[in-house]
Design a binder for this molecule. Sequence first.
Ligand SMILES: [Ca+2]
Ligand SMILES: [Ca+2]
Ligand SMILES: [Ca+2]
Length: 264
Amino acid sequence: MVSLEEELELSMTYENFEDVPARKAASRRSVEDFNVPAAAPGMKMYRLVVVSFGLLCILQAALNISLRLTLYLEAGCNNLTEERDDLKRTLENYVSQQNSLTEERDEMKRINLDLEAGRNLLTEENHGLKRTLEEYAHYLQQGWVYFSGSFYRISSTMKPWQDSRRDCQQRGADLMIINSQEEQDFSRQYKNIIWIGLMDRDTEGEWTWVDGTQLTTSFWHSGEPNNYDKRNEDCVNINHHDHTNSWNDAPCENEYFWICEKKM
Ligand SMILES: [Ca+2]
Ligand SMILES: [Ca+2]
Ligand SMILES: [Ca+2]
C-alpha cells in the first residue's frame, strides 16, 4: 500500500518542482491533519461509555441469572418441603393404621381368650350338671325324697342318736338340720319319733347342729327342752307331729328312727 508521503512525492514529480520545502512542510501538516489527533478525547469517552455500557449489561445479565437461579432454587426447595411433608403425612397415616391394626389384633386376642374362658366355664358347668344329675338319679333310686334343695331319707330301723348319725354319714349325708318353717313342716309328715341333727352334748343348754352352727330358729314343743325326770337329755327328736312346735330333747342312747338330709 502506498503511504501518504510516497503519494505526495509522486505527485511532486508531475507538478512544479519550485518551492519544494514549502510544499513538503504543507504536506507534513496535511499528514498530521489526516491522522486526526484532535478527535482522540471524544473517542476515549466513546470507548469508555461503550465499555461501561458493556459492563452494565454483563452486570445486569449476572443479576438476572442470579435472581432466576435464586427463584429456581427457592421453588425447588418449596417443592422438596411439600414432598417431605407429604411423605411425613403418609408415614404418619401408615403408623396410625399400624397402631389401629395392632389394637384390633389385641382386642381380638382378648375376645378369643374370653371366649375360651367362657367355653371352659360352660364345659365345667356341663360336667357339674352331669354330676348333679347322676347324683339326683342315684338318691332317687335309693328311695330318697327331694324337697327344696335337699334329699331326705327316713330309716326303716331304730338306733341311738350317734349310730343314726353314722348311718347318714355313710350315705354321704348327715342327720337333718332344720333351717326354716317350711323344712320344719316337711319333717312333721313322718309319724314316728325321729332323730334330727341337734344336740347339747358338748355344753349343756348350748344347742348345736351337726354342721357346727348354733341353733337360732327353734321349734321346741311346749315345756321342752326339759331334761325330763332329771335325765340327761342331750339329743333332739321330732315327737309331737301334730304341733307346729314338735321338738323334744331325749337321752341320746334311746333308739328311734332317724332322718338323713343330703343338701344338694
Ligand atoms: Ca336343712
Ligand atoms: Ca341336755
Ligand atoms: Ca325332753
